[in-house]
Design a protein. Structure first.
Length: 136
């Protein structure tokens, strides 16, 4: 048994149900989602309701110029790697510049990758992903 969305009200219904228990809409005429359906960006997906597409160019420029402090991760809505980059970058200067240099080089590579992606590829890889630390 799988859960499907009612095409009338959007609530989850068992695929074996004859009708939606919420609105009474018949389920037997349910159609499969199209091939390019993106579950993270689907209307009615309440788990990811706050996920909106981000501008790839803005994120790439932030990674290029302010990436060492993790600003691009805060922009795309991933605060955990943003905090990690910020802490490593700050404490890297106290123990030697090498950790901060590594963070800056990672951000340079990320910026180049972001510039070379399409908007859809960028949003799927960095924004819509369930991964809390999308690095490459």
């Amino acid at each position: 048994m799988a859960l499907i969305r009612c095409n009338q009200c959007g609530n989850q219904v068992a695929d074996t149900a004859a009708a939606c228990p919420h609105c009474g809409n018949p389920i037997n005429n349910y159609q499969q989602p199209p091939q390019n359906f993106n579950a993270y960006n689907a209307p009615g997906n309440y788990n990811n309701a706050n996920v909106v597409p981000k501008n790839r160019t803005t994120a790439a420029l932030l990674a290029l110029f302010l990436g060492g402090v993790g600003v691009h991760y805060f922009y795309i809505g991933k605060p955990i790697p943003g905090i990690v980059f910020l802490v490593v970058w700050l404490f890297g200067w106290f123990i030697g510049f090498f950790p901060s240099l590594i963070i800056c080089l990672l951000c340079l590579v990320q910026a180049i990758m972001m510039f070379s992606m399409t908007d859809q590829q960028f949003n799927e890889k960095y924004v819509y992903t369930q991964n809390q630390f999308p690095l490459f």
